[in-house]
Design a protein around this ligand. Structure first.
Ligand SMILES: [Zn+2]
Length: 416
C-alpha cells in the first residue's frame, strides 16, 4: 500500500514503440543542424526520445544511483547559462561527408545555439561535447624547461611551466548504420550482439530499428589543443598530434611496465614546441583502459606474464594477453579518427605514435600523415622493453632495428 513517503511503484516500460508523439527525426550526416535534428536522450519526457540509451556514457549508471538514492530529481533539466564553448569548432565539410563521422555528434557542443527553438519548445536537449580552456602543469614539462628543451613564451607556455590549452570532452554518440559499416558487419548483427553482450541492457536495439542512434554506456574522449584550435583545420599549419588510449596505471600512477605516460608527456612536449613554431598541437585521449579490456584483465595479464615459465619475455607478450582476454587488443581504432574529422583535421605533419593500427585508421580515413615520431630511447622504462620490442616486432613503426624471434626471447622483464 503506497503512503505519501513511499511513492506508488511506477509502471516499467521494457521498450518503447515507433510512432510516438513529438519525437524529432534525426537525419544523420545532414549539412545543417536543422536538417540533422537534435539528439534527444532524455529520460524525463520519453515521448521526445529519438535515440537508444541515455547521456553521459558510463556515468548514466551513477545518475541512476543518484535518482535511486533520492539525491537527484528525475525531472532535473540542465541550466546551460554560460556553458557555451570557449572556442568555436567548425562546422567543417567533414561533418556532412557520408560516413566520415559516425561515433560522435558534431553539433554536440552547440546545442543551446543551433537547437534554441527546440529547447524553447520544451525539448530536453543536452550537449554531448563541452569545450573549455585550462592551464596544464606537468612535472615532465617543468623538467624540460629546467633542462633547456622547452622555453616559456608567456602565451603557450608560461613561466613556472603551465601550458595553456583548449580542451574538449566528447561523449560517444553512435550512428549504428555507420558504426556497423566501419566494422564490416550488418547493422542487425551489430544491434543483436550489443543487446546480447550487455545482458539485454537496451531492448530497443532489437525492437526499434527505426532508432538509428545509440548513446553507448562507455567512456568518451578528451582532446587537448595547444595553440589556436582553428589552425587544426588548416593543412598549411604544422600539426603535431598524438592519439592516446587511457592507461591509468602509467598515465596517473607512473607504473613502469609500459611507455604510456612517458610517450604522452613526450607528445605534450612536442605539441608545445610545435605550437611555439607557429603550428598547433593536439592530444586526443580515449577512455579505452588496458586496450579496452579494462584494468582487471590487464592486471591478470601482468601476473600471467610475470609468472610464466621462462619469465616475462617479449616473444610471449601478445600470447599472454590473448590467453586471458581472448584477443590481443580490443581498442579497435576504426572509430578513433572521427574526433579528428570533427576538428577539421586534413593533415597531421608529426604523428607522435608508433602504432600501425592508429596510423592505418587515420590515413585510411583520408587524413594525410607526414612524419611519425617514436618515443626517445631514454624515456622507455627498463621493464617496458618487453612491450616495446613485442610491438615493434608486430608492426609498430620504428626507425631503428625490428627485433627478430631470437631477440624477442632475450628481452626480459622484472619478476613479480
Ligand atoms: Zn600503459
Amino acid at each position: 500500500m503506497a503512503t505519501p513517503e513511499t511513492p506508488a511503484p511506477r509502471h516499467i516500460r521494457l521498450t518503447s514503440h515507433a510512432g510516438g508523439h513529438g519525437a524529432l527525426p534525426i537525419q544523420w550526416g545532414a549539412a545543417t543542424p536543422v536538417e540533422r535534428g537534435p539528439i534527444v536522450g532524455t529520460t524525463t519526457k520519453r515521448a521526445h526520445r529519438n535515440v537508444i540509451g541515455t547521456h553521459s556514457g558510463s556515468y548514466s549508471v551513477y545518475r541512476a544511483l543518484a535518482v535511486a538514492a533520492g539525491a537527484l530529481s528525475r525531472e532535473h533539466r540542465a541550466d546551460l547559462t554560460n556553458t557555451s564553448p570557449t572556442d568555436t569548432i567548425g562546422p567543417y565539410p567533414q561533418w556532412s561527408e557520408p560516413g566520415k563521422i559516425v561515433s560522435l555528434d558534431p553539433w554536440g557542443a552547440t546545442v543551446s545555439e543551433v537547437f534554441a527553438a527546440e529547447l524553447a519548445a520544451g525539448y530536453d536537449i543536452r550537449p554531448t561535447i563541452a569545450v573549455t580552456k585550462a592551464h596544464v602543469i606537468l612535472p615532465e614539462v617543468i623538467e624540460a624547461i629546467q633542462k633547456g628543451r622547452l622555453k616559456a613564451d608567456g602565451n603557450i607556455l608560461l613561466e613556472g611551466g603551465a601550458a595553456c590549452v583548449t580542451k574538449a570532452a566528447i561523449e560517444p554518440v553512435w550512428w549504428l548504420p555507420g558504426v556497423a559499416k566501419r566494422f564490416g558487419c550488418s547493422e542487425s548483427d551489430l544491434r543483436r550482439v550489443l543487446f546480447e553482450e550487455t545482458g539485454g541492457m537496451y531492448p530497443e536495439l532489437v525492437t526499434r530499428s527505426d532508432l538509428e542512434v545509440f548513446l553507448p554506456p562507455i567512456g568518451g574522449q578528451t582532446v587537448y589543443i595547444f595553440g589556436n584550435p582553428h589552425d587544426l583545420a588548416n593543412p598549411e599549419v604544422e600539426l603535431t598530434a598524438r592519439v592516446h588510449d587511457e592507461c591509468n596505471g602509467s598515465d596517473v600512477f607512473g607504473s613502469d611496465i609500459c611507455t604510456c605516460r612517458p610517450y604522452l608527456t613526450h607528445a605534450i612536449e612536442e605539441c608545445i614546441q610545435g605550437a611555439q613554431r607557429g603550428g598547433v598541437g593536439l592530444v586526443s585521449y580515449s577512455r579505452k583502459e588496458g586496450r579496452a579490456l579494462g584494468e582487471v584483465t590487464k592486471f591478470l595479464v601482468y601476473n600471467a606474464r610475470k609468472r610464466q615459465v621462462g619469465g616475462d619475455t617479449a616473444d610471449q607478450y601478445f600470447a599472454r594477453t590473448e590467453c586471458v582476454a581472448g584477443v590481443q587488443d580490443m581498442r579497435f581504432q576504426e572509430l578513433m579518427p572521427d574526433v579528428l574529422h570533427w576538428l577539421g583535421v586534413k593533415k597531421i605533419h608529426r604523428l607522435v605514435s608508433m602504432s600501425n593500427m592508429k596510423y592505418d585508421a587515420i590515413t585510411g580515413s583520408g587524413i594525410e600523415v607526414g612524419v611519425r615520431v617514436d618515443i626517445p630511447e631514454d624515456l622507455i622504462p627498463a621493464d617496458a622493453r618487453v612491450e616495446m620490442d613485442a610491438k615493434k616486432a608486430a608492426g609498430y613503426f620504428t626507425p631503428g632495428v625490428v627485433p627478430d624471434a631470437e631477440a624477442l626471447k632475450q628481452t626480459k622483464g622484472r619478476t613479480l
